[in-house]
Design a protein around this ligand. Structure first.
Ligand SMILES: *[C@@H]1O[C@H](CO)[C@@H](O)[C@H](O)[C@H]1NC(C)=O
Ligand SMILES: *[C@@H]1O[C@H](CO)[C@@H](O)[C@H](O)[C@H]1NC(C)=O
Ligand SMILES: *[C@@H]1O[C@H](CO)[C@@H](O)[C@H](O)[C@H]1NC(C)=O
Ligand SMILES: *[C@@H]1O[C@H](CO)[C@@H](O)[C@H](O)[C@H]1NC(C)=O
Ligand SMILES: *[C@@H]1O[C@H](CO)[C@@H](O)[C@H](O)[C@H]1NC(C)=O
Length: 411
């Protein structure tokens, strides 16, 4: 592993990584990044009255255009993913799923071609059960194979497989069966499983060894909603259950705490940074669900923070953990490649004044390099300086905000 870093100026950070790992043949060796329709656009099928925002090929082409032209793709945001409500109400005469003919007049194959022409990948959605969650045709045990073949024939690159309208025993058959069916198509199709979310997300009901063998990522908790309480609930659940969840993640197999809300209506600027910081600590997939046509410069800057993306995409693929919780403050730590670390200090409090917080490398159990570490504030894009192991690190964390630190060994 060749590692080079240039701290160019306090405002610009260029990071180059050259890696050579012959074992990494599979998909999603780092958490996937892209855009997913659900949180922001839901099941809006009213193209007559709301043509710019309805679930349609127009929406996905438009978002693909933005991913390709506004710097997203180059940063790794490469998937453009369809969620529920894309199909017609019935399968076609051959029993295949078909896109709604009015909203997707060109069909999914043409949409996939378009997305590929932009250097992006297309994700699609179906549901292990009688119906999708929104009531569209589901994928039952007997249609798994035909649906996998249909998606492959269309040139789809990823499948999110939801779990409404089926029971646990059918899910236990259906999720592994879809994994095998996707593999049998011969087309690499990344596989996102909603299975654990329907089984409470925890062992013994959820077998994370099995999930890691059959899925590239999985949702294990409820759907995110456009508000801070929802983000907090997810963070709390991941922290409380980290002993079960953290070992499940690794290259090719990721916990998915759900979509990013930055650019939407519910989170403040501070809260948007907090969600991203904790998601980076969790080695989470980074799927935005926002309107890339109208996103503010401020929201774009957070989502396009190179060092944050670098932390999320770290090649070791070790999920971080909450290492301290005291009053409103939580400290999350993630071990990165080449002796580096990332630490997020989250202030869940709403006391109007930034909360002072002191720590040291030694207190955070960052001790490998006796000479000390250089610390960079990821969002402020400032160098905090070099610290010996026992030097006090003084921070102030804004209400419902975060300080995200990138920590490089001086050794
Ligand atoms: C799915 O449909 C089958 C066959 O009609 C039925 O037996 C089963 O109860 C349904 N399952 C759910 C969860 O609706
Ligand atoms: C689950 O649903 C299937 C029908 O899809 C049915 O045959 C089976 O008996 C159900 N199992 C349980 C445990 O309810
Ligand atoms: C199918 O699985 C085999 C064995 O795990 C793997 O080597 C191969 O790359 C997979 N193919 C596809 C298309 O996923
Ligand atoms: C979990 O799944 C793995 C892989 O399929 C299997 O070897 C193991 O026995 C399962 N564990 C439990 C507790 O069922
Ligand atoms: C840091 O402080 C602890 C406790 O005071 C001390 O035992 C340790 O030797 C110090 N480490 C360094 C590197 O100064």
């Amino acid at each position: 592993m060749l590692f080079m870093m240039f701290l160019h100026s306090i405002n610009v950070l260029f990071i180059l990584i050259g890696s050579c790992n012959p074992l990494d043949n599979g998909m999603m060796r780092t958490p996937p990044m892209g855009w997913l329709a659900w949180e922001r656009f839901r099941c809006n099928t009213d193209c007559k009255n709301d043509p710019e925002n309805c679930i349609s090929e127009h929406l996905f082409k438009t978002m693909a255009d933005r991913l390709a032209s506004d710097g997203w793709r180059e940063l790794g945001y490469e998937y453009i993913n369809i969620d529920d409500c894309w199909t017609a109400k019935e399968r076609d005469s051959k029993g295949q799923l078909q896109a709604d003919p009015d909203r997707f007049p060109g069909g999914i194959k043409a949409l996939a071609d378009y997305v590929h022409s932009k250097g992006l990948k297309l994700g699609i959605y179906s549901d292990m059960g009688n119906f999708t969650c929104a009531g569209y045709p589901g994928t039952t045990l007997d249609t798994i194979s035909i649906d996998a073949q249909t998606f492959a024939a269309w040139g789809v690159d990823m499948l999110k497989f939801d779990g409404c309208y089926s029971n646990s025993s059918d899910k236990a058959i259906g999720y592994p069966k879809m994994s095998a069916a996707l593999n049998a198509t011969g087309r690499p199709i990344a596989y996102s499983c909603s299975w654990p979310a329907y089984e409470g997300g925890l062992p013994p009901k959820v077998n994370y060894t099995l999930l890691g063998d059959i899925c590239n990522l999985w949702r294990n908790y409820g759907d995110i909603q456009d508000c801070w309480d929802s983000v907090l609930a997810i963070i709390e659940w991941y922290g409380n259950n980290q002993d079960a969840l953290q070992p499940a993640a690794g290259p090719g197999r990721w916990n998915d705490p759900d979509m990013l809300l930055t650019g939407d209506f519910g989170l403040s600027y501070e809260q948007s940074k907090s969600q991203l910081a904790v998601w980076a600590m969790l080695a989470a997939p980074l799927f935005m669900s926002n309107d890339l046509r109208t996103i503010s410069r401020e929201a774009m800057d957070i989502l396009q923070n190179r060092l944050l993306i670098y932390i999320d995409q770290d090649a070791l693929g070790v999920q971080g953990k909450r290492i301290m919780k005291s009053h409103a403050i939580e400290l999350w730590k993630r071990t990165l490649i080449a002796g580096q670390y990332a630490v997020a200090i989250l202030n869940k409090g709403t006391d109007g004044m930034p909360t002072p917080f002191q720590t040291s490398l030694a207190l955070m159990n960052i001790l490998d390099c006796k000479q000390g570490y250089k610390i960079v504030d990821v969002f402020a894009k400032t160098e905090q300086g070099s610290f010996r192991l026992n030097d006090t690190i003084f921070l102030k964390v804004n209400p419902t905000g975060v300080v995200l630190l990138f920590i490089m060994p001086l050794c």
